[in-house]
Design a binder for this molecule. Sequence first.
Ligand SMILES: Cc1cc2nc3c(=O)[nH]c(=O)nc-3n(C[C@H](O)[C@H](O)[C@H](O)COP(=O)(O)OP(=O)(O)OC[C@H]3O[C@@H](n4cnc5c(N)ncnc54)[C@H](O)[C@@H]3O)c2cc1C
Length: 458
Amino acid sequence: MDTNLPKSNHPRVVIIGCGFGGMRLAQSLKHDPVQVVVIDRHNYHNFQPLLYQVATGALEADSIAYPIRKIFAGQKNFFYRMADVEHVDTANNRVHTNIGEVSYDYLVVATGSLTNFFGIESIERNAMQIKSIPNALNLRSYIFQNFEKALLKEDPAQRQALMNIVVVGGGPTGVEISGSLAEMRRTVLPKDYPELDLKQMNIILVEAGPALLGPMSQKSQQEALRYLQELGVDVRLNTGIKRFEDCRAYYTETDFIPTENLIWAAGVNGAALPGLPEQVVTRNKRINVNSWNQVEGFENVFAIGDVANMVTDDMPKGMPMLAPVAQQQAEHLADNFRRMIRREQPVPFKYFNKGVMAIVARNKAVVDLPKDVHFRGFLGWLTWLFVHLMTLVGFRNKVVAFVDWAFSYFASDQALRLIIRPFNRRDMKDDKGKRAAEHQVATPQYNPTPPAIQTPAA
Ligand SMILES: Cc1cc2nc3c(=O)[nH]c(=O)nc-3n(C[C@H](O)[C@H](O)[C@H](O)COP(=O)(O)OP(=O)(O)OC[C@H]3O[C@@H](n4cnc5c(N)ncnc54)[C@H](O)[C@@H]3O)c2cc1C
C-alpha cells in the first residue's frame, strides 16, 4: 500500500522528519521537478531551543510549534503523511510506517536525536527529559504538582525532596533550565506559595565535566557559572549522577541528593532508523554520511541534521548537533539534488558557524561569535531574544512569544503555571514510548539523615 500518495512523473524525495533539517529541505525543493513527501509522527514542527521555556511556564506550548500543513500550504509538490517510520527497506526503496508503506526514489533521514540515558535504567525510568512538547508540559505540571504536595507534608525532609530540583548536564539546556527555575524561585513561587519556605528549595546543576557549556569559550563558561551562582544555583562540576531511585539522586554509590525532580539533560543520541546496515550507524546512533550527506554505500539515501554523522578535518567528532547545521545541510542537499538531476558532481558541505549563545536569566546571557568575539549581560540577553524571536516559525508565534516575554519582564511574573497533565511518571516516556508503561511512581523513602545541601541565599 502506498498510503494514497499521488503518482508523479517526477522523482519522489521522501523526507523522514520535519524538524529543522527536514522542514528546510522540503521548503528548498519548492520549485524543483520533484515530488516531496514528508513523514513525521507529529503534525507540527517543534522549535526545540525554546522547550525549556514551556517547561518553566515562560511560553505557551502553542507558540513554539507550528502545523506542518500550514507551513507548506500552497507548495504544490509537497505531500505530508503523519506516521511513525518503523524501518527502511533500502533493497526495495521503501519506508515502512505504522500507516503503510511509502516508496521513494531518494530518501532523506532527518529524524534528529533522542535523549541518551547512557543505559542507566533507573534514570530512564524515573527522570524527566526535555525533548518534546509533551515532555516540557509534563515537566511543568510535575514540578508544580510537587509544590502542591509539599504543602501537605509535615516532615521537612519529605517536603524538601519534593521541592529540590536536580538538573543533570551543564550544556546549554541544563544551564538554561537551571537559570529559569532559579528565576521562578525568586519571582513566581514566593507569590504562589507563601506558606512554603523557599530557602529549602535547592536547584542543583550537576555536570560530569570540569566546566559548564562545554563547546563555548572559557569566558562564556565562567560567566555562565557566575550568573548561576548569583542566582543561588548549586553548581557541582566533575560530578555525575549514577542512579536515581526512591527519590534519591546518587552521585556516589552511597551519597545522594534527596529529590523527586531530576531533569536529565546530559546527552543525546542520533535517532537512526532500523533497516540501515549496522556498519553505517555509529555507537551513538548517528548515520555515517559523506561530505554531501549521502549515506555510506548508497546512491539514493541521505541523512541530515542531528542524525547525520559527517566527519571533516576540522570536525573529527562530527558536526555539532545544532539547528543551523541541520538547516545548512538541508539547503546544501537541495542544491546537490539539483546538481544530481543535471548529472553534475555534488559539492561538499561546509558549515558556516554564525556563533553560539546561551541564556541564563533576564539580562544574563552569553554569546560567542566567530573571530573570538564574546559578549554577555543585557546585550547578550537582547541578542538571544532577537535571534530566537526571528527564527520562530510563524508570525503568530513570534507575536505571542514577544508578548509573553514582555509580560514576564515587566511584571516579573509568568502567566503559565497550570497543572494540565496527570501526575504520573509513566507519562514521561519519550517519543518512542520506550519506558515501561506499567511503571508506577516510586514510593518516597527518605534517608533519615540526608546529606547537607548548600542552601542558596534568600
Ligand atoms: C531542549 C533543547 C534545546 C536546544 N537548544 C538549541 C539551541 O539553543 N540552539 C541550537 O542550535 N540547537 C539547539 N538544540 C538542538 C536543535 O534543536 C537540533 O540540533 C535540531 O532540532 C536538529 O534538527 P533535525 O532536523 O536534525 O532534527 P529535529 O529538529 O529533532 O527533528 C526531527 C523530526 O523527526 C521526527 N521523527 C523522528 N523519528 C521519527 C520517526 N521514526 N518517524 C516519524 N518522524 C520521526 C520528529 O518528530 C521530529 O519532528 C536544542 C535541542 C533541545 C532538545
